[in-house]
Design a protein around this ligand. Structure first.
Ligand SMILES: Cc1cc2nc3c(=O)[nH]c(=O)nc-3n(C[C@H](O)[C@H](O)[C@H](O)COP(=O)(O)OP(=O)(O)OC[C@H]3O[C@@H](n4cnc5c(N)ncnc54)[C@H](O)[C@@H]3O)c2cc1C
Length: 381
């Protein structure tokens, strides 16, 4: 299944369609590195390829288009999870600077992020603060023109490979007393411990023992951190939906191919009525997810800069549908699909964390219902 059917709907400009088609052709022809062999090398290799192609200007450049990011992540996830991750982390590290960085920070980081020379990351989660970010406790204590950081982050992607992280730390005890910092990774007192995700990519803990940062590392003003974090996640959430759609579209393609070839009970699997019903539902769920995702991106790009309802629906539905589609694809694939190394098994592991990070499904449900209640005038919001 190509992207073509839905790409021609009026959500996109001709430039965006051309960008998606070209990225798709290049990503299909490229041999992406295998993260099962060496996740750090694979991430760096994928980032270098994207950097050379010039496409990362859409991830971390201005003007920033959600539609371009949605198209890119759907295409990349279809072909390679590590390529999608390289794109996503570059955007997660770059968008906070687009939102609130000063000229010096943008110049220092963004040009080399576009070429893939700088690898970026986004560090907010802590052992006691995941879905509930008001619980953040990593402390940035100001002394003169410097900050001293003490505490811990965990489950942070690109640990061990990123050159810079956008880091969120507490600068006051107020609920929203959080600030954002541009953090180089080679600093005295900063150490890393790797963690192993279901689907391999560089991930780990960051331990801060009185790590010194100059005040110039602050992004925006003190106390702006939560707004910068939520603004960034608000943009990236719809692109997580797009990545889920890319994984799901790949699973459906592979399932169609397999079902058309596998013979049983005197015909192919694709000719068995129950399998046809499953394939039909996979397609219907995928189309629904893609349309919800494209709607959210279209509305953001066309001026509705705040889209919690549309993004929440897109992320929740696309990630849950993708999990369902991939599970059914693996089922149609039979025993061989459940072996390590099969495409179905890889996608089965790739999709799982998307229902948890950048706002778990339950968090999206809360956002959607609270937006609806606000609209209905049942709460002050
Ligand atoms: C592969 C991977 C990569 C990641 N990369 C990064 C990264 O680069 N940077 C970073 O900062 N973090 C990253 N994370 C961390 C991720 O953002 C957190 O795991 C996520 O925010 C959830 O936080 P938590 O793990 O503490 O779960 P918790 O907050 O403890 O939530 C546990 C579960 O509770 C449920 N839940 C949550 N809220 C509610 C509610 N209100 N009502 C009912 N149920 C609820 C959800 O099912 C949720 O999964 C990554 C995680 C993974 C798995």
């Amino acid at each position: 299944m190509t992207m073509e059917d839905l790409l021609n709907l009026p959500f996109f400009t001709d430039d965006q369609r051309s960008f998606a088609r070209e990225l798709d052709v290049n990503a299909r022809q490229h041999t992406w590195p295998d993260p099962e062999l060496d996740d750090a090398a694979a991430l760096k290799g994928a980032l270098a390829t994207l950097g050379k192609s010039g496409s990362l200007k859409h991830a971390v450049g201005e003007p920033w288009s959600m539609r371009a990011n949605v198209l890119a992540r759907e295409v990349l996830a279809y072909h390679s999870g590590i390529a999608d991750l390289a794109w996503a982390m570059q955007a997660l590290g770059g968008v906070p600077l687009l939102i609130a960085g000063n000229d010096a920070q943008k110049q220092q980081i963004l040009a080399k992020a576009i070429t893939g020379e700088h690898c970026l990351g986004f560090a907010i989660t802590e052992p006691d603060a995941g879905s509930d970010l008001s619980r953040l406790s990593l402390r940035a204590q100001k002394a003169g023109d410097e900050y001293f950081l003490t505490g811990e982050k965990h489950l942070v992607s690109n640990v061990g490979v990123a050159d810079y992280f956008v880091l969120f730390a507490r600068t006051s005890d107020e609920r929203r007393g959080v600030s954002a910092f541009l953090l180089p990774t080679k600093l005295h007192g900063l150490s890393f411990e790797l963690q192993r995700p279901l689907s391999p990519h560089p991930l780990g803990r960051m331990i801060f023992d009185k790590v010194k940062l100059p005040a110039s590392a602050l992004i925006g003003d003190e106390g702006d951190g939560m707004g910068i974090a939520l603004g960034t996640l608000g943009r990236m959430r719809t692109t997580v939906a797009a990545a889920a759609n890319g994984f799901a579209r790949r699973a459906l393609d592979e399932a169609l191919k397999h079902a058309g070839q596998r013979e049983m009970f005197g015909k192919t699997l694709a000719e068995q009525p129950i399998a046809q019903g499953i394939l039909a539902e996979m397609r219907a769920r995928l189309d629904a997810s893609r349309l919800l995702t494209y709607r959210a991106a279209y509305e953001f790009d066309n001026g509705a800069k705040r889209i919690p309802m549309q993004a929440g629906i897109a992320k929740w539905q696309s990630t849950e549908n993708a999990q369902w589609i991939i599970d059914k694809a693996l089922q149609l694939g039979g025993g061989m699909a459940a072996l390590h190394g099969s495409i179905f098994e890889r996608l089965y592991r790739e999709i799982r964390p998307l229902r948890i990070y950048e706002g778990a499904s339950e968090v999206q449900q809360l956002v959607i219902s609270s937006e609806m209640l606000k609209e209905a005038g049942n709460t002050d919001g």
